[in-house]
Design a protein around this ligand. Structure first.
Ligand code: TRP
Length: 344
């Protein structure tokens, strides 16, 4: 019996932040390490998804490779044969299945996707068809490998629901083609509920830390100069309560800093709260975090610098060789179902 598949992708076209690191990359790598005995782990770089909104294409190729290196630096074991790491565009079946599924996907259905609505609104540039059918490509990413578990953030649950819908729709119309991924609630049961973890912006701690912050002052990027990142922590917004408490509503800045510290130290939030609760010197508290951030980034950037690039390339290419026939087998089932290929 083939192993059940856990699959996820992280987009390559962004300057990744410590929010991405602790909220997505690290949990994903933990999942890969903890489950690789029982499950097949597919971790891929959705490079075709990278330019559904406009980007600087002269940087994309390097960014794709940098992301793969980053997974390795964050602890992904490249020598584990149950973990596959590949680039979406290197396996053509993703694109081919997308074109097939496009014709069974409703225009209205895609138009209702929250992410599409948000991104097409907030963007003055052209709204592309690529952005519009983003979820269809994502469904192909998942269905091609018969994935059962797909750890994604809350912003992607609608796309996962769509993946289940289109798979069920096709199976109903044509007979068995696709394995249906587990429902979102089952995914939460499987992965636990802390997937939603989000580090907040340092300047505006009511919103998520993300690269779209205009000034960058509230955001710590993984490639920030460590000393610069430390300064950003020192400049973080706090409050006038003059006493440290974990209280997201009334002291969002302080609460965010407590969370960041717990993550940097790899300890439980409760432990950090216990240590600092009631302290009145915000400046001293911030220095503790600034130091940890500086140490973390220095360390991480050094690891990244020491990554064996040839080993990363070899891993990508081997996974692409291994996964191409798996994807093609599913694609063939779809092609046969719709009449593009003879049934055997
Ligand atoms: N859309 C996901 C994101 O923005 C990335 C992604 C693309 C993905 N294809 C996927 C995630 C398939 C899981 C499975 O985070």
């Amino acid at each position: 019996m083939a192993k059940d598949v856990i699959l996820t992708g992280i987009r390559a076209n962004q300057d990744l932040t410590i929010g991405n690191y602790f909220g997505a990359i690290l949990p994903m790598i933990d999942t890969a390490k903890n489950h690789s005995d029982e499950y097949q782990i597919n971790l891929f770089i959705p490079d075709l998804h990278s330019f559904t909104t406009p980007i600087d294409h002269s940087k994309l190729n390097k960014q794709i490779f940098d992301n793969a290196k980053l997974f390795a630096a964050a602890g992904l074991p490249l020598d584990n044969p149950n973990i596959y790491m590949y680039r979406q565009s290197y396996i053509p079946a993703h694109s081919e299945l997308t074109v097939i599924l496009d014709s069974f996907t409703g225009y209205g259905e895609m138009g209702r996707m929250t992410q599409f609505k948000e991104k097409s609104n907030s963007n003055n540039d052209m709204v592309s068809v690529g952005l519009f059918n983003y979820p269809v490509l994502m469904a192909s990413d998942i269905l091609l490998y018969n994935a059962k578990y797909v750890p994604v953030g809350d912003d992607q649950t609608q796309h996962l629901e769509f993946t289940r819908d289109i798979a069920q729709r096709m199976n109903k119309k044509f007979g068995y083609i696709f394995v249906i991924p587990e429902s979102v609630s089952k995914q939460h049961e499987f992965f636990g509920n802390d997937q939603g973890l989000r580090i907040k912006d340092l300047i505006d701690p009511t919103k998520k830390m993300s690269k779209s912050d205009d000034s960058g002052r509230g955001v710590i990027f993984l490639n920030d100069e460590p000393a610069v990142a430390a300064k950003k922590v020192m400049g973080a917004t706090t409050d006038d309560k003059a006493e440290i408490n974990f209280d997201r509503d009334n002291q969002p800045g302080i609460s965010n800093l407590l969370e960041i510290l717990a993550l940097l130290r790899g300890v439980r939030l409760d432990d950090v709260i216990k240590e600092f609760k009631g302290h009145t010197r915000y400046g001293d508290f911030k220095s503790v975090i600034a130091n940890e951030v500086e140490k973390f980034l220095t360390d991480f950037q050094q690891k990244l610098g020491n990554i064996d690039e040839n080993a990363v390339i070899a891993k990508l290419e081997q996974s692409e060789r291994d996964m191409t026939p798996v994807a093609n087998e599913t694609l063939l089932r779809a092609q046969q179902a719709v009449g593009l290929r003879p049934k055997d």
